[in-house]
Design a binder for this molecule. Structure first.
Ligand code: HEC
Length: 150
């Protein structure tokens, strides 16, 4: 049952990634989209973090729901870094558009690690969740250190 649901979410996420590429009429919309996506992703991601750090009691069902949202949203921001979307008032460093391959690889690693986080959340095993959360959080940090301006 859970595996079926995860597969469905992965299919849904894959399906909405493609239309999202062509969806931005103006660069400002792409910036708003990627910031909003990460903002919502972050909310669900840090809820899992609060459980793995023992700040709130572990609830496997909630962790799984949060992990589903994180895994689905992680696929979205990459499409919003197209040419011409480097605006002065965003927090994306210009290096992104010079080093597109490395930036894409870091994004792919986030997708892989958040997908793994979802798989692990299905086991309801807190120790495994801690490890998977840490691995996913490293991908956020690595990219922010290189490509986010604050
Ligand atoms: C491939 C690079 C990359 C990865 C991986 C990445 N981020 Fe980001 N993130 C960025 C960039 C670049 C920005 C700035 C976007 C902008 O201002 O246009 C950003 C912005 C954000 C923001 C601020 C959004 C806002 O409201 O402006 C949050 C929160 C965030 N990221 C959370 C995360 C989390 C959590 C992860 C890991 C699960 C993550 N990011 C992984 C590159 C990345």
């Amino acid at each position: 049952m859970r595996m079926v649901r995860a597969a469905w979410i992965a299919a849904l996420a894959a399906g909405i990634t493609l239309p999202a590429v062509a969806q931005f009429a103006r660069p400002e919309e792409a910036v708003k989209y990627r910031q909003a996506t990460w903002s919502v992703l972050n909310l669900h991601f840090t809820r899992i973090g609060a459980m793995t750090r023992g700040r709130v009691p572990f609830d496997g069902r909630l962790a799984l729901r949060d992990a589903e949202v994180v895994a689905a949203l992680a696929r979205l921001p990459a499409s919003a870094f197209g040419p011409g979307t480097d605006l002065p008032n965003d927090h994306a460093r210009p290096e992104i558009w010079a080093e597109t391959q490395r930036f894409r690889e870091l994004g792919d690693r986030m997708v892989a690690e958040t997908t793994r986080l979802l798989t692990v959340a299905q086991t309801q095993d807190l120790d495994r969740l801690k490890a998977a959360y840490g691995a996913a959080a490293n991908t956020c940090k690595e990219c922010h250190d290189a490509y986010r301006s604050h």
